[in-house]
Design a protein around this ligand. Sequence first.
Ligand code: B1M
Length: 210
Amino acid sequence: MSTLEDVRQAVLVGDEQVMADLVNGLLKEGTPADRILSEGLLAGMTEVGRRFREYEYFIPEVLVAAGAMKEAMQVLRPHLTSAGVKPFATAAIATVKGDLHDIGKNLVATMLEGAGFEVVDLGVDVSPEQLVAACQSRPVDLVALSALLTTTMPAMVDAVQVLKRELHPAPRIIVGGAPVTQEFADRIGADGYGRDAATGAEVARRLCTK
Ligand code: B1M
């Protein structure tokens, strides 16, 4: 029988091999997917962050932990999203220029899918011009931007400015990521802010219902 603590530990040691079995085991026993995400995977990743900050972990350890998290998400994703529902809006999601962090962005993408969006994932290190081009190539109702570094927050400012200047009507814009706050979102003219992936999806849904 697997436990949420086993999942947390597997993230900490970056054990990709056991992830699918652990997550499938918990799902079979009836553990809700959102608890596996928050109390297993995210709890592990938070501890990885603390160890990285305090020089107990270095980049290789962080990368294997990220690999284990990704492996688990392959199994968990279909259980977090509702199947077969017609998308109620389209969201383009990206990590801003200069920033390569994608774990949080991928979670937000999953939650947006779960909230009924069709999600176009533009990846990481995405420039304002790429965002504009993506919005011009198909109808996009919402742009979701992630930044994990204080040094890439200015790229978020640029992205919001360029999207609002070039697109009429501009899509709704929601921002998030560890260094991003509601106050920053308001200051740069974003329409919404998500503290975490679940809140982000709720705010996104509200913005697109207005
Ligand atoms: Co980096 N890194 N990293 N890193 N990394 C951080 C962010 C850092 C806080 C670590 C630290 O020093 N304590 C620090 C930033 C410091 C700062 O700017 N204040 C840092 C640094 C410095 C760096 C490098 C510069 C290190 C170096 O090379 N010297 C470098 C930069 C590379 C670059 O981007 N150009 C770097 C590299 C890396 C790796 C490649 C090794 C790896 C990324 C792997 C990957 O993403 N594929 C990595 C990782 C894994 C981390 C930590 C440990 C974990 C990040 C993570 O995935 N967290 C991180 C420390 C930490 O955060 N504790 C750290 C789990 C994820 C689920 O959380 O992304 O915050 P997060 O997403 C959350 C919320 O923020 C929110 O929802 C999610 C939860 O529900 N959210 C949104 C995110 N986006 C949202 C968008 C929304 C709404 C909500 O709406 C659109």
